[in-house]
Structures are given as C-alpha cells and as structure tokens.
Design a protein around this ligand. Sequence first.
Ligand code: GLN
Length: 485
Amino acid sequence: MTEITQLTIHETLDGLKNKKFSTVEVIKEYIKEMEVKRSLNAYVLETPETALSQAKESDNRYFQGKERRLEGIPLGIKDLFCTKGIRSTACSHILDGFIPQYESSVTANLFSSGGICLGKLNMDEFAMGGSNETSYYGPVVNPWQQNRNLVAGGSSGGSAAAVAANICAAATGTDTGGSIRQPSSFCGVTGIKPTYGRCSRYGIMAFASSLDQAGPIAKDVRDCALLLNVMAGYDAKDSTSANLPVPDFTKVLGQSVKGLKIGIPAQYRPDGLNEEISAYWDKGIEILRSAGAEIVDISLPHTQYALATYYIIAPAEASSNLARYDGVRYGLRVDGDHLDNMYINTRTEGFGKEVKRRIMIGTYVLSAGYYDAYYLKAQKVRRLIRDDFIKAFKQCDVILTPTSPTAAFPIGDKHMNENPINMWLNDIFTVSVNLAGLPALSLPIGLSADGLPLGLQLIGKSFDEETVFRAAAVIEKEAKFERLK
Ligand code: GLN
C-alpha cells in the first residue's frame, strides 16, 4: 500500500473526503516522517502542536461537510514567509527569534483554505543562493542518494527536499532568479514561479522586490495548479499585485496541445551544454511534437546578458531592502559603545558572507558615479531581455528549455563555492524569466546516468500560467517520472 505521506494533494483530498483516513491521522504520519528524516535538515522549525490542533478543526469541518479547498493538507512553509506567532528568520542570524505579528498574504490564503502548517523550511539566507549552503542553519541534504551528500538546490532547498522526501504534501517557495525551479529540478519535484504580480508579496521578506514571486513546489503538476489557485489573487496590501481574476488552473490539465506552438530558443543550447540535459530537452520536444504541438525555433538574443543584468539589479534592490535590519526593533542586537557601533556590530554578526557580498555589490552599483554605468544600464538591458520574449511570443505560445545546466552537486563543492561566479552561472536558464516577469514551471523529466533528477522548464506569456500547466501535464504524463518513495 502507498503510505499516506507519499500521496499527492489531490489523492490526499480524495482520501479525506471518502473517509479513508482522518486529517489527524494524516498529520500524525507526517510528524513521524519528519522525525525520521531530520538529518535532511529540511525544516528549521517544526510546529507539530499547531498542526495537530488545526487537524482537529479540519476533521470537524469534514464531519460537517464544510471542508474548504485544501482542507487538511499538510504544508511546509519557506522561512521567508512571515507566519503569525511562528518564528520566521529567512534563515538569517540577523532575524534571530523574530516572531511576526502578522501573516503573509500567501500563507493566509493557504491556511484560510484549510492548509495546515507543519513548520518552517530551510533556505539560503534571505533567498540568496542556489544551493541552500548560505543558510544560517546549514545546508539541506538532497534526499536523492543521501549517502552522496548533495545539495538540494536553492534558495528554496528545504521546500524542494521536503516535498521530495515526503515530509510535507507540498511547500511554498519564492523565486527571484530561479529559487523555485532550480531546487525543484535538483530534487525531482514540480514547482512554478507565477507571473510577477500573480501572488502577493505582502509579508514575504524582500530580497529583490521587482523580481521576487511566491509559488508552490509540489509532487506533480496538478498539485501545483491546486495550490496556485489558492495562493494567487489580488491583494491591496501589495501595490504590485495584479488585479486580475484567477482562473481555475486545474481546468486545463488533460487538454490537448494539438496546434500549440512550442518555442525552442537557440541561445539555451550553448556549446558545452551537458549532453544528458540536452538529450532530455530533446525528449521533451519529442513528447510535445508527438502530442500534436508544433515546434518553432526562436531567438532570445539578449540571453547572454541576463546573468550580468540580474547580478546588478538583484543586489541593488537587496542592498536597499536589507538596510532595515539594524538591530533596533526586532531580531538580533549586538550592543556597541554607541549607536553606530551597535548597527555595525549587529550587521557584521547578523549577516552571512553571501548576503554581505550582495550588499556590497548593490551599494556599489547604486552609488554616485557608478549608478549610470551599472544600474541604469542593467535596467535598459532588462527591457531588451523582456522585449526578446515579447517578440518570441509572437511566434510561439510557450517556451521549452532545461531548468538548470547541471544536476545536484556535492555540498561544499569547491568549484561552486570558491568562486561565487560559478554558483551564479547555475542560474543561467532561470534568471531571464524573472527579469521579464514571466511565469515558468519546472518539472522532472528523468534521471541522469548516475541517478539524479533533471528538470525541464516551460516559460509562458505574462499571466498565461494556463498554457504552461497544459503543456506541463502532457510532458509529465509521458515522462512517467518516479518520485522517491
Ligand atoms: N540563485 C539565485 C541567487 O542567488 C536566485 C535566488 C532566488 O531566486 N531567490 O540570487
């Protein structure tokens, strides 16, 4: 028999509705599993008591026939989301012991739809990183081939690992330059970064405000659609939130892709692209072609500038956003003999190396004399990158690419850690999407020769998550990827 913790959200909802098991039973199974798998370091805080008391309410609701859309579904929450009354630190030392007085809009939507919080998930400090190694709480271990001690990806490494290891039914993630898609790819799970503005950023600790977007990481495409249905929507508390209706994303699942135009960007197949990844990309193309889609070659000529542009804009915004952590009202405070020294001591001790690196770069590119050369230029190139996509979408409906140029690499990998540029290069296929504000989903396509998951990315038009989901469901069905038991 399949264990309860191995079920998808839709299977769990079926089981709960048909009284195969109760919510309390489901939650107890997950709590047990979380204990067994603590060595993954996926959770930085477990909240079993809250989960159990929420489960009792869910069971009552099922009993009364008043269940909500996600009634009784156990979720892990990335530590970047403020959760009312539950410690939220962005996995940074500077937010030591911070307990928010308010709930982020996305988690509020999930919980008011019956979702249950199992705890807070590990991540790169302030979502800066691609391997979860910048977390104050240490790296997450990828649940695939645990003996090899591989990274789970980042920054939502805890989220992807927890979903893969069946220690939550699904998780929230955020994606500024790939942080939902790359860890999903590394851990063999499915995640979608929605269009910028689709989900409210209220109550999510800001990294780079013009790029940050929340989204779900789940076991399959349908679960992602179910979650996004609930997470998305207009929110007056976020001025960049889009006042657009949220369609039922599950409606398009199973619909044919006949006649759909799939764009294949030449620039995503650079010389030296890993052969297996290239072969799996071809497999994805073949699946869609056989299903009746039309394959179109497209060009995104400014792709080569995307990483440089991202690593100017993201640090610039981060340096400004992170100025608020000063030790005065919340989080860590390291005293000093006068006020300035208190700030300096707090920030010196509170921020990790990667965060400091980004604050330095961001401050530099925004400073007088350099602002025009770096920040303004990057904004102009950002527009060109977005224009590339707008042009490409005149020829195609959705774009297919690999998610990441590599599979999961070892924790502490020298090549990745000694020069930050190498780590940043891992974001090559994901950052353009954030610069352009588009929706993109990663789903597992197969295993590398040495048994590690690899993912494909589908990029959609602005606010057209539906076509992304539609194509993803077709690939998923044919790929028959086997999740971890
Ligand atoms: N890896 C990228 C970075 O380090 C993306 C992170 C993210 O999407 N939060 O900035």
